[in-house]
Design a protein around this ligand. Structure first.
Ligand code: PLP
Length: 380
């Protein structure tokens, strides 16, 4: 079955009692037993819920994985996954990860004795060289947030397999429509379903997808025990969003290409980072391992921070907001917003300058997005 068809139909059968083409939301806390020891597969919604199960099965099918465990946010999914790592064990991480992931690793997990090394994973040799005897996981974000760095998952998977290390890929920026790391050798995929997967700026959610039964069982245990579960309503909205994921991603991509080309041609802009541009260092790997470039663009203005702030304050159609991957075009200042918790020297070292602007190109008509950026650029 093709991706679009899976997105619409897997675990989305009409309701058998009424014929309702959209399955109902099982907005319930608990389930009535026929007698002691005899339930219908559900006992309490923190453990399992039919709407959440439908989302989990659907997402597993889209990633070509066997199992999904769904959480109440991308961060709670990441946090659950880190339960696989014990005190005194080591994790290698892409140096340009989402600021919240960095904050969790550095400000929460380090104090429990977990060790993290950050490397530029666009060169797989950096990953290889960082391996220690106690390395248990390699954590790749690709494309990264906000510098859109691309890592070669096939090459990194060869290294992790050889050393018996788990390879995790946070592929939130491209979704399984454009990018399926499990097919390239990754063991686990992380999605912040808050973004493109649900796609409408109306839920917070996260998911862990894998084909390894042992990891699935551990994550089910954490889901039920820690309890950061996604609500039935959020799962239902996410399933609704997934029905149009393919068509939305196509438009994010085509709008992204047009906006990146416009920004590249503007003299007030010093540098545009978009994997779909031929001058992007990861362009070739993106073409080989991904089927689209998505709608995320980062850029720097000639005038530095002041001009960047002026631009962001002058947009009218684009929303000055955190988050990404939804119908509305959103403009963000990573330094003061999404990546504010990363120490300035660490940020500057990896290239997140104060003047970097991140754009999540939405689904408005591309001419209107470009016109808005044009008028804002004219004012600076
Ligand atoms: C790449 C990436 N991973 C994970 C997260 C965390 O997801 P959530 O905000 O759903 O907790 C984000 C949030 O922006 C993100 O950009």
């Amino acid at each position: 079955m093709e991706f679009e068809t899976k997105a619409i139909h897997i675990s989305q059968e009409p309701d058998p009692t009424t014929g309702s083409i959209i399955p109902p939301i099982y907005q319930t806390t608990t389930y009535v037993l026929e007698e002691i020891g005899k339930d219908k597969g559900f006992d309490y919604t923190r453990s399992s819920n039919p709407t959440r199960l439908a989302l989990e099965k659907n997402l597993a099918a889209l990633e070509n994985g066997k199992y999904t465990v769904s959480f109440s946010s991308g961060m709670s999914a990441i946090s659950a996954l880190m339960d696989l790592i014990n005190p005194n064990e080591h994790v290698i991480v892409s140096d340009d990860v989402y600021g919240g992931t960095y904050r969790l690793f550095e400000q929460v997990l380090r104090k429990y004795g977990l060790d993290f090394t950050y490397v530029d994973s666009t060169n797989e040799n950096n990953v290889k060289e960082a391996i220690k005897d106690n390395t248990k996981m390699v954590w790749i974000e690709s494309p990264t947030n906000p510098l859109l760095k691309i890592s070669d998952i096939k090459k990194i998977a060869k290294i992790t397999k050889k050393h018996n290390i788990l390879l995790v890929v946070d592929s939130t920026f491209l979704t399984p429509y454009f990018y399926r790391p499990l097919e390239l050798g990754a063991d686990i995929v992380i999605q912040s379903t808050t973004k493109y997967i649900s796609g409408h700026n109306n839920i917070i959610g996260g998911a862990i997808i894998t084909s390894i039964k042992e990891i699935y069982e551990k994550m089910k245990f954490i889901q039920k025990t820690v309890g950061a579960v996604s609500s039935p309503f959020d799962c239902w909205l996410t399933l609704l969003g997934i029905k149009t994921l393919a068509i939305r991603m196509e438009r994010h991509n085509s709008n992204g290409i047009r906006v990146a080309e416009f920004l590249s041609s503007n003299k007030k802009i010093r540098r545009v980072i978009y994997p779909g541009l031929k001058n992007h260092p990861g362009h070739k790997i993106a073409k080989d391992q991904m089927t689209g470039f998505g709608g995320m663009i980062s850029f720097e203005l000639n005038g530095g921070i002041e001009t960047g702030i002026k631009l962001m304050n002058n947009v009218r159609l684009c929303s000055l907001a955190e988050s990404l991957g939804a119908t509305e075009t959103m403009i963000t200042h990573p330094t003061s917003m999404t990546h504010a918790e990363i120490p300035r020297d660490v940020r500057l070292k990896i290239g997140i300058t104060d003047s970097l602007v991140r754009l999540s190109v939405g689904l408005e008509h591309v001419n209107d997005i470009i016109d808005d950026l044009k008028q804002a650029l004219n004012k600076i």
